[in-house]
Design a binder for this molecule. Sequence first.
Ligand code: CU
Length: 157
Amino acid sequence: MKKLLTIALFSASTLLASNIEITDAYVRATPPGLPNSAAFMTIKNTTSKNRAVVKASSTIAKAVELHTHDMKNGVMKMYQVPQIVVPKKETVSLKPGGYHVMFIGLKHPLKSGENVTFTLKFANGETKTITAPIKTVMSGMNHKNMDHSKMHHNMKH
Ligand SMILES: [Cu+2]
C-alpha cells in the first residue's frame, strides 16, 4: 500500500513538470458482468501551444479508446474520436456525457476503492501515466425518480 502511494505521488509531480496538469482523475466502478468502463479527468494545458491526446492505453482492458458523446436525432450516442484537443492555456474536462477514456473488454470488474493505471499519449509524443481511483458513479437511475427534489433527497443516502 505504501509503495502504491509513493508511485502515485511520483507521477503527480511528473505531471506538473511538463505543463500539462491532470487532476480529479477517476474511473467508473463496474458491477460484475459489465465489460466496459470509462475514465474521467481534468486536463489543463499551461503551455502556449495547443496539445492533443491522441491515444490511451492500459493493461486492464483489451482496448482503450478516446470517446465522446453527442446528440444524434435526439438520442445521446457515444463514439470514438481520433483525438481530444486541449487548446493552449485552456482546460478540458473529461466527464460523464462528454469526452472520456473508454475501457473496452475489462479483464476483471473494477471495484470502488481500488486504482486503475492508464497512459495518455499526446500528439507531440509526450506520455502521461495516471493512477486514478475507482469510484461508484450513479447511473441507470430510474426515470420515475427524475423529479429533482427526490433526486436530491436520494443522493444524501
Ligand atoms: Cu465510451
